[in-house]
Design a protein. Structure first.
Length: 114
C-alpha cells in the first residue's frame, strides 16, 4: 500500500469504522476551528491554526487516537496520557469532551500570538 500524501488519502486507506470516526473528528475540528488547515504530519492527519498544530488523529486496529491536546481532567473511562486520548471504535465520540479540549488548545495557540 502506498504511503498517503493527504489526509483524504489517509482516511481512504482506513477500514470503515476508523474512517467514520476520523471523518467525524475532522468535522468536529472544522466546526470549532473553521480556519484550521489540514495536512499530514508524522504520517497522520494534522490540523493547524495560525501555523501551529492544533490536533493530530491516528487510526489503529481497535481505536483512533487524538494527539496534541491538553489532557487535564479527562474522565477515567478514557485511556489518556499526556497529550493523547484513545477513542474506542465501539463507543460514540465524546464530542463535549473533545470540544472542551480543542477549545483549550485554541486558547493556548491564541495566547502564544501575543
Amino acid at each position: 500500500m502506498a504511503k498517503p500524501n493527504t489526509a483524504a488519502e489517509y482516511f481512504a486507506a482506513q477500514p470503515p469504522a476508523q474512517r467514520r470516526m476520523l471523518k467525524a473528528l475532522r468535522s468536529l475540528v472544522k466546526t470549532l476551528a473553521p480556519s484550521a488547515t489540514e495536512e499530514l504530519s508524522y504520517g497522520m492527519p494534522t490540523y493547524r491554526v495560525g501555523g501551529k498544530p492544533l490536533v493530530y488523529f491516528g487510526a489503529w486496529a481497535e481505536h483512533c487516537s487524538v494527539y496534541g491536546l491538553p489532557m487535564e481532567k479527562v474522565p477515567a473511562k478514557y485511556l489518556a496520557s499526556k497529550g493523547t486520548i484513545q477513542l474506542r471504535l465501539d463507543q460514540p465520540i465524546p464530542e463535549r469532551l473533545l470540544g472542551r479540549l480543542i477549545k483549550a488548545r485554541l486558547r493556548t495557540i491564541d495566547a502564544s500570538r501575543y
